[in-house]
Design a protein around this ligand. Structure first.
Ligand SMILES: [Zn+2]
Length: 421
């Protein structure tokens, strides 16, 4: 049994059904000087410290007393869009972008996703597991307790499976919880540049059936954008995935207004991601479909662009908004959700409260996990982080530092910096 008490603010997000839309994204259900009691993997009680139910306590609970410290407790971040399995970094492309080359120019010269594909194919499963496990530990150290993790740097049957097997193996090695997404349609690989239809047929007829049969992924995703996969191609791939039992996510409207968001609504995708170039008709379609808009402002920031997704219009229209890092070695090399909240506040004019809702309960909803994750309520899984700040607004406001002092995953302390304070 684990008890956290005398926590300055406990941000429960215990505020009604998920997903949260419009004004309800601002409701955080904060308890001042709060406490959280956990037994095994679950939360059994949340409330003010002075009301801790002593009759519920075991004889020797593990107690963390926040008296005299500046601490905010909140649900572990749920990062609902990441590309965490890759064979190497692309710092030289970052350098080129800083010198004025665009992402598209670098991709046309053989860089971008195709560079990551070459690195991934050359790496052994052991190398990939070791690299990815180190990153998983960093997710936990920054307060993220669950991630969605995509394939998409293999782009052959064997190499896509290699990524999904790495993710499956890490479920036994890492405390980070992961849900896998098959993203065979991330790009057309070099060897199929002149036979893209054949590659798409392989995705539909070979890869998706095997992924579904072996239960290697919960979701299927497509990079539906100019220069990648058209709306027609994306529809064919996603329809096959849906028939195979996979839920759908789409990279949409990142590079140009190309129809991905409306396709997400048409197919009942659980999430449409990026959305830099979405228009009001698309927004209405997402609202009607109940599709979550997953915004990735870290990639806009990291690419040095100025056109962010229209978060305010999405929220005001009643579309549930989630935030995620887009952690990947090309366009967004951060796994720190805290800095994503800062960028969302300063560049998209979301409020600190909205960003916390977007990075917890709404992200959990987009993964189909909001009944178990994303808020601190009796009966939910005990995934909790303690941030070393006096007020939740300081998580985005005091930016560029890691505020995470403790991470609890399924009732177990997996990161603890409080012992040093
Ligand atoms: Zn992505």
């Amino acid at each position: 049994m684990l008890l956290l008490k005398n926590i300055g603010q406990v941000v429960t997000l215990d505020c009604g059904p998920a997903p949260r839309r419009a004004g309800s994204m601002s409701e955080l259900g904060i308890i001042s000087n709060g406490a959280v009691l956990m037994r095994a993997e679950h939360i059994v009680w949340v409330g003010p410290t002075k009301e801790i139910p002593m009759s519920e306590l075991d004889s020797q609970p593990t107690v963390f007393d926040g008296a005299g410290l500046d601490l905010v407790a909140l649900p572990g971040f749920v990062d609902s869009h990441t590309h965490p399995v890759f064979g190497g970094t692309r710092a030289q492309e970052y350098d080129l972008r800083c010198q004025g080359k665009t992402y598209q120019e670098i991709a046309a010269a053989g860089g971008g996703i195709r560079a990551s594909v070459r690195q991934l194919r050359a790496a052994t499963p052991e190398q990939l597991e070791d690299r990815t496990e180190r990153h998983f530990q960093q997710f936990l150290a920054h307060g993220t307790t669950t991630i969605e993790a995509k394939s998409g740097y293999g782009l052959t049957f064997e190499d896509e499976l290699k990524i999904l097997y790495v993710l499956a193996a890490l479920r036994n090695r890492s405390r980070l919880e992961t849900l896998s997404t098959f993203l065979g349609a991330h790009d057309v690989p070099d060897e199929h540049r002149k036979s893209r239809d054949e590659y798409i047929r392989t995705i539909i007829e070979v890869m998706i059936p095997r992924v579904a049969q072996e239960k290697l992924a919960h979701f299927c995703d497509v990079f539906c954008d100019t220069g990648y996969f058209s709306v027609g191609e994306s529809r064919a791939i996603l329809t096959a995935a849906r028939q195979a039992g996979l839920a759908l996510r789409i990279h949409a409207e990142q590079l140009a207004h190309s129809g991905g968001a409306r396709l997400a609504a048409e197919l009942g995708a659980v999430s449409a991601d990026h959305l830099e170039w979405i228009d009001d008709t698309d927004i209405e379609a997402l609202r009607k479909a109940g599709t979550v808009a997953t915004l990735l402002p870290g990639s806009t920031f990291n690419l040095g662009l100025s056109h962010y997704p229209p978060a305010r219009r999405l929220i005001e229209a009643g579309v549930p908004v989630a935030l995620a890092t887009d952690f990947n070695p090309g366009s967004c090399f951060t796994l720190n959700m805290q800095i994503i909240l800062s960028i969302a506040c300063s560049q998209m004019r979301m409020t600190p409260a909205e960003t916390i809702t977007a990075a917890t309960i709404n992200a959990a909803h987009s993964l189909g996990l909001s009944d178990r994750l994303g808020s601190l309520e009796e009966g939910k899984q005990a995934d909790i982080v303690l941030m070393n700040v006096p007020d939740y607004r300081e998580i985005p406001y005091f930016f560029g530092v890691n505020h995470c002092a403790m991470t609890v995953k399924k009732g177990t302390v997996v990161i603890n910096r409080l012992e040093r304070t």
